[in-house]
Design a protein around this ligand. Structure first.
Ligand SMILES: [Zn+2]
Length: 591
């Protein structure tokens, strides 16, 4: 029989401890520590208590926990001395079916890993979906993680221990994240389609109106129909639009969605998560025959990333009347005009203005998105509530100094353009660090035709500054520009600087942010508020209606715009449940 939270909360410490035996390899102290936090409000709360126990333990105890783990397919497996949990998990992951070559490779990796870190390689072999990683995935992960710095890898091992415990706990409670699995599986299926030239490399790239893009569009359309949306269509810019009518067909609507295009060699969840999660919510509403007192409109935005053409947010931009028709004349790298690409896809560029939404017919916009950063992962929190989408300003510039002989030009006679930009980069770093949530980056620093024996005479650079408010962004911008002026004067160099992009900050609407906060609270997890460092479709919708976003933790330290981008099915489940909570609370408010 499965364990229940009620039973666990009511049990004696010894009984509770016994029920949770085996979650952590030979380390009952973790469970003992977590049990002090009873009563648990939810399974997510219990998991969080366990994770925090591990994280706050002293380093010696953590190291002992790491060392209590068996080597992957190592000597222990051969000797048959694994705990029954580990044996089962390693078998599910196909490690028993290793070829002699795989085993030899694993042994080699085990040895190199132990020599570098001093503890065994720890991997949740049942993986992010809970069904088991393939041998190839395990070996690839092993090889990649061998390259980590020790402190980083230690934290990664602890997070894998958390995941192992999470899956074991689900087994004990007989819980399966069914809604999370739906999201996870759809993301996986959608990621099967990739642009020509990338698909062959096993990379995910879906740019505006390519064959893969249209296939994704058709797939989303089909899924929306299957989920039970009342109206499903593709609009004139390629957005997939699903409407789940409210009890009253004329009621105002809640709008949600995110983008289904990707960057080149991107991840499976960036954008798509924000379409799939509300789709699963509608599937559940439809299955239960439930109507909300508001219409629920879910949009898969056709384009957000600006990969094929030099324009971004084509999908959400069109909805707010900001699709610049001059973009239609832009050509992609192959010379295909946007206008032609749209016609070829059966879209009508002349009717773009017609899809502009009348904001008075909407309650607001919410968006779920993968965090695309390391913060939630480090805090062991699956969900984060966005307070504001950062405002930004971008420049490209060039410093002009004097190219001269690296051997004959004394240090006090130089006009080194690259050193000037380097000094600016250090200034940006220290200035941005003065205030929380400010970021500044010089991501490009290029010495054209530079040479090993020449003092750089020119240095091209980029500048990207972001802040949660326009005021903070502008203050940062002002200081950075003043610093550049000072640096140039002192070093006797000149510069040019061109502003290429400026975006206003989009603070969340308090009432909508509160809805997400309540949803996180209801999951039994602490509410964590954070700014969004990246731009999202919500930033566009912000211009015409109130908006608020929810972030979902990404694994692999939150890496995004990268094939390593990942989420677990359990986190996806929490995300769906949070969205359902938001819908329920909004319904209660309106009824
Ligand atoms: Zn995105």
């Amino acid at each position: 029989m499965s364990l229940t939270l009620e039973a666990l909360n009511g049990a004696s410490p010894d009984q509770a401890q016994q029920w949770l035996t085996g979650l952590y390899e030979h380390s009952p102290w973790v469970v003992a520590l977590a049990l002090k936090q009873r009563p648990f409000k939810s399974l997510a709360h219990l998991k969080y208590a366990l994770v925090r126990g591990v994280r706050e333990a002293d380093p010696e105890a953590q190291l002992a926990l790491l060392r209590a783990h068996p080597e992957l397919a190592g000597k222990l497996a051969e000797a048959g001395t694994l705990t029954s949990e580990s044996t089962h998990e390693q078998q599910q992951a196909g490690l028993k079916a290793c070829t002699p070559e795989d085993l030899a490779k694993l042994r080699e990796l085990n040895a190199a890993y132990a020599a570098k870190f001093g503890w065994p390689f720890i991997l949740a072999v049942r993986g992010p979906r809970g069904t088991g990683l393939t041998r190839q995935e395990i070996i690839a992960t092993f090889e990649r993680r061998l390259g980590h710095h020790a402190d980083f890898e230690r934290a990664e091992c602890l997070r894998n221990i958390d995941r192992i415990a999470e899956i074991r706990l689900n087994d004990k409670f007989g819980v399966e994240p069914l809604l999370g699995n739906q999201v996870w599986d759809c993301a996986e299926l959608l990621a099967q389609h990739s642009d020509a030239g990338y698909a062959e490399l096993g990379q995910l790239t879906v740019t505006y109106l390519t064959d893969a893009h249209l296939t994704c569009q058709a797939q989303l359309l089909r899924w929306m129909r299957e989920c039970g949306f009342d109206e499903v269509s593709v609009d004139v810019v390629g957005n997939v639009v699903g409407l789940y009518e409210g009890a009253d067909k004329n009621a105002k609507r809640l709008l949600t969605g995110s983008h289904y295009d990707t960057v080149r060699n991107g991840g499976k969840y960036d954008g798509r998560l924000g379409i799939l999660v509300p789709m699963v919510c509608v599937r559940e509403l439809h299955r239960q025959g439930k109507r909300l007192p508001f219409g629920f409109e879910v949009i898969g935005f056709a384009e957000e990333e600006g990969q094929r053409y030099r324009a971004t947010f084509l999908g959400s931009g069109a909805l707010i009347g900001q699709f610049n028709t001059a973009w239609l004349d832009q050509r992609d790298a192959d010379g295909v005009m946007m206008r032609e690409a749209m016609r070829a896809a059966g879209l009508d560029p002349l009717r773009i203005a017609s899809i502009r939404r009348d904001s008075t017919r909407y309650l607001g916009f919410v968006e779920v998105h993968i965090e695309q950063g390391p913060v939630l992962n480090e805090l062991d929190l699956p969900l984060g509530v966005v307070t504001s989408i950062n405002g930004s300003v971008r420049y490209v510039g060039e410093v002009l100094g004097m190219a001269s002989h690296a051997g004959t030009t004394p240090m006090d006679r130089r006009r080194d353009a690259a050193a000037a930009v380097a000094e600016l980069a250090l200034y940006v770093e220290s200035r941005a660090a003065l205030e929380p949530d400010l970021v500044g980056t010089i991501g490009m620093l290029n010495v054209p035709n530079g040479s090993i024996n020449v003092v750089p005479g020119r240095c091209q650079f980029s500048l990207d500054l972001r802040a949660t408010t326009n005021e903070a962004r502008d203050a940062l911008m002002h200081d950075v520009l003043a610093a550049l002026q000072r640096i140039a004067e002192r070093r006797g160099v000149s510069f040019t600087l061109e502003e290429t992009n400026r975006a206003a900050a989009a603070p969340s609407a308090p009432a909508w942010q509160a809805l997400w906060e309540h949803a996180v609270q209801a999951s039994g997890l602490p509410v964590y508020r954070m700014p969004s460092g990246a731009g999202h479709d919500a930033m566009k919708m912000h211009e015409v209606m109130p908006q608020a976003m929810l972030f979902l933790r990404g694994g692999n330290s939150g890496i995004s715009h990268n094939p390593l981008e990942t989420i677990t099915n359990d986190d996806a489940q929490l995300c769906v449940e949070a969205f359902q909570h938001l819908l329920d609370e909004l319904a209660a408010e309106l009824e």
